[in-house]
Design a protein around this ligand. Structure first.
Ligand code: ATP
Length: 220
């Protein structure tokens, strides 16, 4: 991200790709302006939050006019589009890992899974969705050769910490953790934890206990 976004709060920064995708669609359909209410409806973030988020990057909506779509588009593309493709690695080519390799973020042309790692001999040496699957023994060497800075972890929970510990000998600074393990990492490494089972359970809890999302904040 550029220096401009360094100052904005992390919660706002996380919403930027969501806004960007919607603004790109608006621009493609020829719209010149958009209100915070329309944005709110489309991205499911309340309009007060949208106004506050947008004020951080100097987009001030005018009453009765809304926001200028071209201005927003150029801000988001300057902030989020990377000149180079960021290569990431995936560790653990099971059901979820295989799905990621086949998907490979093709619609998002700034990131790409460049390599995968496994312990299962029947998977090592294959290509899945054009991504080579290497032996875990080669982990540090391969990550360093390609200067990989982020990994996606889709291994069984009991393997997660031990693999994370091996990353200290690499340049990896970010882990997208799909295992339920709470990882211990040095302060220089950032972990984003996505526990699909917990997210689903939490959604179902909310459906049961807060059946009407209009009266509660439906967006976390
Ligand atoms: P599958 O049906 O292929 O087992 P899964 O997603 O249910 O898929 P998991 O047990 O979660 O399977 O394991 C995910 C993948 O991680 C498997 O392909 C497994 O071989 C691999 N794996 C297990 N231990 C390690 C490890 N220490 N390092 C790298 N990969 C590992």
């Amino acid at each position: 991200m550029s220096e401009e976004t360094m100052k904005i709060p992390q919660a706002t920064a996380k919403r930027l790709p969501l806004y960007y995708r919607f603004i790109k669609n608006l621009h493609a359909s020829g719209k010149q302006r958009v209100s915070s209410a329309e944005l709110s409806e489309a991205v499911k973030v309340d309009s007060a939050t949208i106004r506050r988020d947008f004020s951080y990057f100097g987009a001030l909506g005018k009453k009765g006019y809304g926001y200028n779509v071209n201005y927003l588009l150029s801000f988001f593309s300057k902030t989020l589009d990377q000149d180079e493709i960021t290569k990431v690695a995936l560790i653990g080519v099971g059901n979820l890992g295989t799905a990621f390799l086949n998907y490979n973020f093709l619609k998002n042309n700034s990131t790409k899974i460049a390599m995968a790692f496994e312990v299962d001999p029947s998977k090592i040496g294959t290509n899945i969705g054009d991504v080579p699957v290497y032996d875990m023994k080669e982990l540090e060497q391969r990550l360093n050769e390609e200067e990989i800075s982020a990994v996606i972890l889709t291994v069984p929970v009991n393997a997660a910490q031990q693999i994370t510990d091996r990353l200290k000998d690499t340049e990896v600074k970010g882990i997208l953790n799909f295992t339920p393990a709470r990882l211990s990492v040095p302060p220089s490494v950032r972990v984003h934890h996505i526990d699909l089972a917990v997210e689903l359970q939490s959604l179902i809890y909310f459906l049961k206990n807060y059946p009407n999302p209009d009266t509660e904040s439906s967006q976390e």
